[in-house]
Design a protein around this ligand. Structure first.
Ligand code: ADP
Length: 508
């Protein structure tokens, strides 16, 4: 099958969040399965020079955007069996930032979507499926259906649109978008492009794509409710027969404690002794008291409301009354930077907070901590909890979205589970569960070891998810009949495939 991914970010070239990890890992896995996979993204100035030097020029042309005619170059490089294309325009992408500060995002990503569609005949690639991701690519399915589908070259191309985070929608003024993309007045009704008086690029993708997916089965259900739906729940309910949840995987080569070069010591499920050295090294690196018996709770992620940090704010004094250390790595809202800066000063030697993007330190935190806290208000999939488990760090999470699909709470009666969870968005429920985890850490070491082993031997690879995407692509082009997404599927918890200690963990 011929598949084109469109994305605004993608590892290893450029990353701000999970979207980059997903596209960068999924495309090569699909290519390995024998498909012709290509990815197209903007050529930002921030893409490292070592990649730019390897690019070759494919073609260039002009893109019409209202009264503007803009240069559009297509550069390419080949890597991991995938062809990666880059859309070159210095005016739109030659800036010091990737998103958000220019006030002309609708024009930048409108240009991107139109540039991609115009490029296809010129690069001689007629995909079976265009797989568009998040609001930056949202206009592509709409433009394809409205302005291109009458041309024979485009008529047979199907589109999949994947939601990585429903909160970010790309909301702009209708007049501004019309000025750039030339979409007539009749299209601006609420069954098409209009959304609460505005243009909404994510909604455009949801209305016009042939299939919609999101990154976990639970999030696919949740976003059809008013609480999680970000004002698009009605539309998502209307399209529920075309809305599938496919759980993300991890790059298991990059995240491997047995080979990770950024760690003080490597370790594996068979021999976890290196983790003790990693813990000590982390305490030294961050200026924490060296104490092998004190549990360290880690948090790595964007410091945003989504991540449930107000719950931590609410109980931090109670938490620090326990014998515990807290490590935080993240960038984001100033209220949380203030909170953790204050805590670091208030609880010297017991709290450490770093507000940078530092992948090496992130790896050392995943390895050196005992517990990983992720009390998200909502979580489309979440990669951090899976990385933590792979590094033998026991997750404590709220039961939402992908967290619910990957972490099963330890059940002392059946022995099932791979972590600790709570359901209500409530600070004391969270505190209680942290205390429960600390009890097992301190007093029931066998259980703790079992939870670590299960986490480390879980199956987080992309293989299974990639097969699901292929099935959906095949359904879209009419090769097979698809299952209705509202019919329940077999529950999949990654740990269920990884027997440990003579028992089938996660088995019901
Ligand atoms: P989201 O996509 O909502 O940001 P995910 O858990 O899906 O959250 O993915 C976040 C990814 O970004 C993880 O790989 C995490 O380790 C990484 N990450 C987040 N913040 C930082 C940081 N400050 N330094 C290094 N890595 C980070």
């Amino acid at each position: 099958m011929k598949i084109l991914f469109t994305s605004s970010e993608c590892v290893p070239f450029i990353k701000t969040g999970g979207l980059a990890d997903v596209v960068g890992a999924l495309a090569p896995v699909l290519a390995k399965k024998g498909h012709d996979v290509r990815v197209i993204l903007p050529l930002y100035t921030a893409i490292p020079q070592r990649y730019v030097e390897r690019m070759t020029h494919v073609t260039d042309f002009e893109v019409s955007l209202g009264w503007r005619r803009q240069y559009c170059g297509i550069e390419m490089l080949e890597q991991d069996g995938v062809i990666w294309y880059f859309v070159d325009n210095k005016f739109y992408f030659g800036r010091s930032y990737i998103y958000g500060m220019g006030g002309d995002e609708y024009e930048r990503f409108g240009f991107f979507c139109r540039g991609v569609l115009n490029a296809l005949p010129l690069i001689d690639f007629q995909p079976d499926v265009i797989h568009a991701n998040d609001w930056q690519s949202g206009m592509l399915p709409a433009l394809l259906k409205i302005q291109y589908a009458h041309l024979p070259f485009y008529a047979g191309i199907k589109t999949m649109f994947t939601i990585h985070n429903l909160q970010y929608q790309g909301i702009f003024g209708i007049k501004e978008v019309q000025d750039v993309l030339g979409l007539g007045d009749s299209l601006w009704t609420n069954d098409k492009l209009e959304c609460f008086g505005c243009a909404n690029y994510l909604k455009a993708g949801l209305v016009y794509a042939d299939l919609i997916t999101t990154v976990s089965p639970s999030y696919a259900e949740e976003i059809q409710t008013a609480y999680y739906g970000e004002r698009l729940d009605g539309l998502l309910r209307a399209r529920k027969h075309q809305l599938y949840g496919v759980l993300n995987g991890l790059d298991i080569v990059d995240y491997n404690p047995a080979t990770d070069a950024s760690l003080a010591a490597t370790y594996s499920p068979q021999d976890v002794s290196g983790k003790t050295a990693c813990k000590r090294a982390l305490q030294e690196e961050l200026g924490l008291e060296i104490s092998p018996d004190t549990p360290i709770i880690g948090m790595v992620g964007r410091l945003s409301n989504q991540k449930g940090l107000d719950l931590v704010d609410y109980i931090i004094a109670d938490l620090m009354r326990e014998k515990v250390q807290l490590v935080v790595l993240g960038m984001g809202e100033s209220r949380y930077v203030n909170l953790f800066s204050w805590a670091e000063n208030e609880y010297r030697g017991r709290v450490a907070a770093r507000f940078t993007m530092d992948s090496g330190l992130a790896h050392r935190i995943y390895a050196g901590c005992d517990m990983f806290l992720m009390p998200s208000q909502f979580e489309p999939c979440g990669l951090s909890q899976m990385i933590a488990m792979r590094y033998g760090t026991v997750p404590i999470v709220r039961e939402t979205g992908g967290l619910r699909d990957t972490v099963l709470s330890y059940n002392e009666y059946t022995g099932d589970g791979n972590g600790f969870t709570f359901f209500n968005y409530n600070a004391h429920d969270m505190l209680h569960v942290i205390q429960r985890a600390m009890h097992y850490y301190r007093d029931e070491k066998d259980v703790w070891k079992l939870l670590q082993e299960r986490g480390m031997s879980g199956n987080y690879s992309w293989d299974r998810s990639a097969d699901k995407y292929v099935e959906l692509y095949r359904g879209m082009i009419g090769e097979i009949a698809l299952r209705d997404p509202s019919e329940p599927e077999d529950e999949f918890i990654p740990v269920a495939e990884a027997p440990a200690a003579g028992k089938e963990p996660g088995a019901k």
